[in-house]
Design a binder for this molecule. Sequence first.
Ligand SMILES: [Zn+2]
Length: 148
Amino acid sequence: MSRSRTKAGIKNTAGKTDNKLDCPCQSGLLFEQCCQRFLDSSLAHPAETAEQLMRSRYCAYVLKDEDYLLKTWHPDTRPGVLHLDDSANRWIGLTIKASHLGQKTDCTGMVHFIARFKINGKANKLEEHSQFEKLNGQWLYVKGDFSQ
Ligand SMILES: [Zn+2]
């Protein structure tokens, strides 16, 4: 069963929710000014561009928000379940390299990004060209092509 989440929040080191923190997507904005409104399902605020969706999905990986990731995944390619709690990856940074289309008036988009993570204490990175598609006014993640 999926856990229900009505309010997205970042846990600080004391385990308390603290939304006055920098957004994990490294936009330079506070979480509450950036991706929180997309992850917080009580606000029902869909991302307006493919890049916004990409950033919010990165935050969802950081926060292990499986519901949001599945909700923003295209039904044709969506996995049944993600095993985020089992993952040893600790996400430490996101850099958007380029966006192609994916604006408010587009129906498809591509975002090229590098996400950095640590696994077992070792730094690693994932570089991906992600494809997005708009369905019923909502941007969805379709699939990613990895590059080395
Ligand atoms: Zn953000």
